[in-house]
Design a protein around this ligand. Sequence first.
Ligand SMILES: [Zn+2]
Length: 335
Amino acid sequence: MHAAGDVRVEEREDPKIIEPTDAIIRVTASCICGSDLWPYRGLEPVKDQVMGHEYVGVVEEIGPEVKNVKVGDFVVGSFVISDNTCEICRSGYQSRCVHGEFVAATVGTQSDKARIPLADGTLVATPGQPDPGLIPSLLAASDVLGTGWFAAVAADAGPGKTVAVVGDGAVGLMGVLAAKQLGAGRIIAMSRNPQRQELARFYGATDIVQERGDEGVAKIKELTNGLGAHSVIEAVGTQESMMQAIRSTRPGGHVGFVGVAHDVELPGLELFFADIHLHGGPAPVRRFLPDLIQLIWDRKIDPGKVFDLTLPLEEAAEGYKAMDERRAIKVLLTA
Ligand SMILES: [Zn+2]
């Protein structure tokens, strides 16, 4: 991305092993993230930036210290590089690894090949070579599924809980899927888009709320005996969506927030009297990857359905346009 709105596919030098803990992968599929739209829309600074942080592929080369993946393995990686051995990683927060770095900032996986640092701690090999039909779902595990899953866990979704989901993008939809898998009985998706409402229902939403902001909050209260939801997933990152999430949560309830916050300011006094748990941030996808890969492998979940447009990598610019104009929920790029 040379500047806001200016995406071009260009030749770069092939990546090489630099550190003994690196792996080089041939990217089978990557995709465009909702968070890539922030710089695209000029809401985050961008200049000549490599793009892409979601990826699946085949290991082509490994450094001498890599032990957990081998050449030929099909791998799924997290959008944050992690060693998976430091104290923070071992506590389940690999997205804040003391040796962590964001794939988006340095690697850029909207490409044919990528150098993945700390391969042992970042990549997870699938049980075998996947059926092509599984590739979109495995790719979803790299970010949107893992992020939606983390949001649902952070929101304490589970049996007996009513879960409300703010945001009908790919992460919000994956939050619905995760809440369902975690056993939530009632799942309220907040969406005004008929196609996304349908997908939300496919993934397990039991109710749809079309209203936004305080009207949306009133609707959630109406559906929950005036109390609010036990668990609320926030998957947008704006002031309005964050307040909608906080105000939709009952006292003692949990908000799992994973929308990258932009100009969000929380009113302290309202927060004080809300009596709720707030937990969020960049999702530690690596924590969930082994389980998510297995669920996909066993065809128990079908997260790949969030991709509603597939383009060859060369047409990445059109993919950004389609997502920016909300013509596509999520764009898969094939190598
Ligand atoms: Zn670590």
